[in-house]
Ligand binder design. Sequence first.
Ligand code: MN
Length: 321
Amino acid sequence: MVPVSNLDPHPDEVDLVDEPVAPDRGAPGPLAGRRVALGQGTEVRRYLPTRRRATVGAWCFMDAYGPDDVSGGPGMRVGPHPHTGLQTATWLQAGAVVHHDSLGNVGTIEPGQLNLMTAGSGVAHAEVSGTPHPRWLSGVQLWVALPAGARRVPPAVAHHPDLGRADLGPVTATVLVGELGGARSPAAVYSALVGAELAVGSGRAGVPLDPGFEHAALVLSGQVRLGDRPAGAGDAWYLGRGERRLVVEGDPSGVVLLLGGEPFTDPLVMWWNFVGGSDEEVRAAREDWEAGRRFGEVAGPGAGERMTAPPLPPGRLVVRR
Ligand code: MN
């Protein structure tokens, strides 16, 4: 099983608040992915949130998984579960995933296609491997926190099979979200944000950055240099704020995920699969899911078993500002 959700039975809400904010929080540095065991025998690498950093722009969750050989098993089995206050972005490097949601959609996601689900006031979905399914599965699961003014927008699901590409010399950027190098994504987002997959190629290229953004980069494959930092598959860096250019070079198998946005300043509570602006909002979402209210039924046969929300921790969920 490979997760496309926060299946952790003890979600680490404390990650958002437990550590004093370092005086140099805006300074570049490695984002140490920690291994998180999810479900049975499944492991992801989680880069966001960390104790030190909850968000990069409005990006508030970044998991990477695979490549996993799923030929001997059922593959991804993430049954129906709810979300609020965020957008989920599913982006695969290998394999295929079938998306089911409570708006009535059932569809297959393949590499190069962005599935962007806006949870807003509440939606439920499941992501599972089809039968049969490809041997290899590899991808990232990203969440975007909705700003306060859009946190309760009606839910929506968009599938974007054709994304803009920017030719940046040896680097080709596929723009998932926002704009980069003159290419713009059709995906609807609610804050100033960028997300792009950089195919590095042979040679060296300057990737234009918005100096009003903070950025992070995750190496998905190959061996590359991000500025003066050598980085291999699985390495991630917080690149700081105010940069106008990221010089990228590497071997032709190099692929880098670039995320960025205006620093997120609205109140933020993250717990399990919910984002809210307060303890009360998240509690209400959990109660509604457990009571079978608000989120509807996930469409189609084969969506798997409905998840149960874990118990809330004692005390109030802490709001990060
Ligand atoms: Mn999910």
